[in-house]
Design a protein around this ligand. Structure first.
Ligand SMILES: [Mg+2]
Length: 252
């Protein structure tokens, strides 16, 4: 069985493991299950995410981390020029598929992701390249991301400003959209589980993948919340509590 684990609100929060999460991941591995850490965060490089997981007590390799940067790069062809309006993780994935990344000027693609130093100048440069013909691709459309101090503006907020300024819609790569589903399916196969804390991203992502969905209540979703487009197969307080149900339920 393959398990696609969300990170924020499922495995950790702000890099601190949620209680029981390291043991729960170990239990999945010990029972022979393939694990992937699937995050819409495109800012950090995969090797940095894996190192942070290791520090949190969760053994992980960069190859087991799938970011929305990987999904964004899957929409770019080798040799294309990509204007990056995002963080180092996004740039690295784009260069890994043979794109030439630039920070200004004309481009084939404008790739937008979360980055803390986004400002008016970057919005202007990105919107101008789109108006001059570049395809607009967003790593994800999440309006916010969770922190111990409450939600902070996410990649979706940055993307919305570029969409507004450029006057065209964006193709979105990350959860719950098809580019990310193609990447995860190619790694984990046609059957499995998604475990996550968001109905609108993780739950709908499970639908896109054709996987079953285990909802954890350790993140943004309250016990009674439901989304008709995101059927819930298993619900539990946290990863530790749903892993037992997953192991009993069998393949997705
Ligand atoms: Mg989450």
């Amino acid at each position: 069985m393959a398990v696609a684990l969300d990170l924020d609100g499922t495995v950790w929060l702000a890099g601190q493991p949620l209680p029981g999460a390291p043991d729960a991941v170990r239990r999945l591995r010990d029972t022979g299950h393939a694990v992937a850490f699937v995050t819409n965060n495109s800012s950090a490089r995969r090797v940095e995410v894996a190192a942070a997981l290791d520090r949190a007590g969760i053994a992980a390799t960069a190859d087991e981390v799938v970011t929305s940067g990987v999904a964004t790069a899957s929409l770019v062809r080798a040799g294309e020029t990509v204007l990056v309006c995002g963080g180092p993780g996004l740039t690295e994935e784009l260069e890994a598929v043979g794109a030439r990344t630039v920070r200004d000027g004309d481009a084939d693609v404008v790739a937008v992701g979360y980055h803390r130093d986004f400002d008016y100048e970057r919005m202007r440069i990105a919107a101008r390249a789109v108006r001059r013909g570049a395809r607009l691709v967003g790593s994800n459309a999440d309006a916010t991301y969770p922190t111990p101090d409450g939600p902070l503006p996410g990649a979706g907020a940055i993307l919305a400003s570029v969409v507004t300024a450029a006057g065209v819609p964006a193709q979105v790569a990350g959860k719950p959209h098809e580019p990310m589903a193609r990447v995860v399916r190619s790694r984990l196969g046609p059957h499995g589980w998604v475990v996550g804390d968001r109905l609108d991203t993780d739950g709908r992502f499970a639908v896109a993948l054709g996987y079953r969905f285990a909802l954890v209540l350790s993140g943004v979703t309250a016990a009674g919340d439901r989304d008709p487009a995101a059927p819930v197969d298993v619900v539990g307080d946290d990863l530790a509590s749903v892993v037992g149900d997953l192991l009993r339920a069998g393949p997705g």
